[in-house]
Write a protein that binds this ligand. Structure first.
Ligand SMILES: Nc1ncnc2c1ncn2[C@@H]1O[C@H](COP(=O)(O)OP(=O)(O)OP(=O)(O)O)[C@@H](O)[C@H]1O
Ligand code: SF4
Ligand SMILES: [Mg+2]
Length: 337
């Protein structure tokens, strides 16, 4: 068991391998701290969801997980399923992308949240559960919570459903809240509102929030630190300002090129062409080389290691050559809405 001196979530050399030997997650390191927001960013298929599911003991049954994931010092890799069940929903809250498939349509919103409250508080009185349910709806800024608790999922908009998911995830005061693409299905204004709800909760209760997204714009105004993933590996990581303004990786810069700039002009960074490699056809060397305009022969044979270059950790053989090449002046999704 750990102490509060230990990092909230310390992930070291995390690997997720399918039975057929294909490695989906290939040695990932990161730390999530209490009261901070960690953004995990990467295109579709980069392994973000699988990685967090593995961390929470929810990896596909056909895979093995190795490495270390310590929650306040307690090792979660290899932990008993009963222990993981207890941790999920108590110390760790999970919010997924698609609230519709996760919320039972035939019971009221109030009952759904009450179930989450009761799961880890079986002795709480009915009145106590009801009080907590209303309080939770209020915390996620659902207007008229007493009234709305009696409604059903179909009576809630996409944004309101996502608030319900968040209310359920924080029902038992988790220390870590993992939100996997919580705003992807929502329009840009509602996205900003949901990010604000998450950010408010994280600050108020000093939660360690892990925000998983394919959109760097989502983490711009929200995260403290950012991990950029590609093909199951970390390409770059660092403080949010360093990633946005002093990135030393062509992949991060390609993701940045998709963001709106403060001047409203198109970014001068080069956008990424093509698509990420299939799991079964990952290129030798740097996994990004077929799409990278800076690629040289070394990139096609040697996989770069993550190393410190200036203010960031980066996995690029030619990171130094990006020194002095400005990225841009970005606006966050929240500001843009
Ligand atoms: N249950 C599974 N069994 C086998 N392979 C899987 C499974 N789930 C995902 N994969 C593969 O693992 C890789 C990473 O998937 P993952 O869902 O983690 O990506 P992601 O970064 O979360 O993408 P997205 O942005 O689309 O959510 C993909 O190549 C995917 O096809
Ligand atoms: S190692 Fe080479 S291919 Fe990979 S990102 Fe750097 S320059 Fe591009
Ligand atoms: Mg995903």
């Amino acid at each position: 068991m750990g102490t509060s001196q230990q990092p909230l979530l310390n992930v070291r050399n995390l690997r997720v391998t399918l039975r057929n030997g294909l490695e989906i997650v290939r040695g990932v390191d990161f730390v999530a701290e209490a009261g901070k927001v960690l953004g995990i960013v990467g295109e579709s298929g980069s392994g973000k969801s699988i990685m967090m599911r593995a961390a929470m003991g929810l990896s596909p049954s056909l895979s093995t997980v190795t490495g270390s994931i310590r929650l306040r010092g307690e090792e979660l890799v290899g932990a008993h399923e009963r222990r993981m069940q207890k941790l999920r929903g108590s110390k760790i809250g999970l919010v997924f992308q698609d609230p519709m498939s996760a919320l039972n349509p035939v019971i009221t919103i109030g009952k759904l949240i009450a179930e989450a409250v009761r799961l880890h508080n079986p002795d709480m009185s009915a009145a106590g559960v009801r009080r907590r349910t209303i309080e939770l709806l209020d915390l996620v800024a659902v207007p008229q919570p007493e009234l709305r608790a009696n409604q059903y999922v179909h009576e809630f908009s996409g944004g309101m459903r996502q608030r319900v998911m968040i209310a359920m995830a924080i029902a038992n005061n988790p220390e870590v809240l993992i939100a996997d693409e919580p705003t992807t299905a929502l329009d840009v204004t509602v996205q900003a509102q949901i990010l604000e709800v998450l950010k408010n909760l994280q600050t108020r209760f000093s939660i360690g929030l892990i925000l998983i997204t394919h959109d760097l714009g989502v983490v711009a105004g929200t995260a403290d630190t950012v991990v950029v993933m590609y093909a199951g590996k970390v390409m770059e990581s660092g403080a949010v300002r360093d990633i946005f303004y002093r990135s030393r990786h062509p992949y991060t810069r390609g993701l940045l090129s998709c963001l709106p700039t403060i001047s409203g002009n198109r970014s001068r960074l080069e956008p990424i062409s093509g698509s990420p490699p299939l799991l079964s056809a990952r290129p030798v060397g740097c996994p990004f080389h077929p799409r990278c305009s800076m690629a040289q022969n070394t990139c096609r044979s040697e996989e770069p290691k993550l190393r410190q270059v200036d203010d960031v950790l980066t996995a690029c053989h030619f990171a130094e050559s990006l020194r002095g090449v400005a990225t841009g002046q970005w606006t966050s999704r929240a500001e843009h809405a």
